[in-house]
Design a protein around this ligand. Sequence first.
Ligand SMILES: [Fe+2]
Ligand SMILES: [Fe+2]
Length: 297
Amino acid sequence: MSINVDPIRRNVKFGLPQDKALTWNDEGLHVTQFFNTLSIFFPAGERFFIQSVRNYRDEITDPHLKEQISAFIGQEGFHTREHEAYNAALIAAGMPIGTLDTIVVKLLEAVKKSPRSFQLAATVALEHLTAVLGDMLLSNPELLQNADERYAAIWKWHAIEETEHKAVCFDAYEQVLGKGVNAYVQRTAAFVIANALFWSLFLPFYAVMLGRSGGLTSLRGWLKVGNVLFGKPGVMRRVLPDWADFFRPGFHPWMHDNRQFLETAQALTDKIATFQAQAQAQVAVAVAVPAKRAVNH
Ligand SMILES: [Fe+2]
Ligand SMILES: [Fe+2]
């Protein structure tokens, strides 16, 4: 059975509380900063994904795939916007996001000098990584169970949409480069290089984030995050087989059928809408109170 999922654009805003940027996850600072460090990569990374697919816009002929690509671009655009707001909260908490983001931007500028087929292969590779991380999050709801509800919501929303569009770039890649040996070698080489570069930036960034927030020398914190990721429940350890499936010659993202998570999207979107309504109500009160005072004087 071939699975085909159409991504849905959801123009949502979270109104993340800035004062909780370093404390939003009740698993402690080390787990919170693990997520926060991931957020640093999204604005520049997702702009790169969008551009690498746009490079082939004129060569994609299938109208259904074209529609899926525009929805993919729409979703990644909203992810960029909301993670910029997230990263602004990290800046307000004293994290050196500007410096770290510049490093990611410079690296991606260098990758943009490579052939556009390699850029698309790198996007396909990183989309697999985000799909695997998204699946990790959705399969382990306890990771966000007692977290601040707005931070929990942005991560769930992002994970659901990464799942929803996980095959779009892959299908575009196969349409323009085919399924032959060249296409296989290029996407797997890109996967090795993309993972090596990503993790070799992620780990020092994570150390910088912990250094700035006072957790670098906490053995207890390291044991906690090590246990969550690689011990028990070991969320990263458990997704390694799915991650490695990218090397299979006949790999397709929907060989991991996790569409059940998409069924939670509507309820989550409804919940996010209540955040926006609350924010609007607060603004209305803030405007009304001084106006009332002015009338009373
Ligand atoms: Fe995204
Ligand atoms: Fe994505």
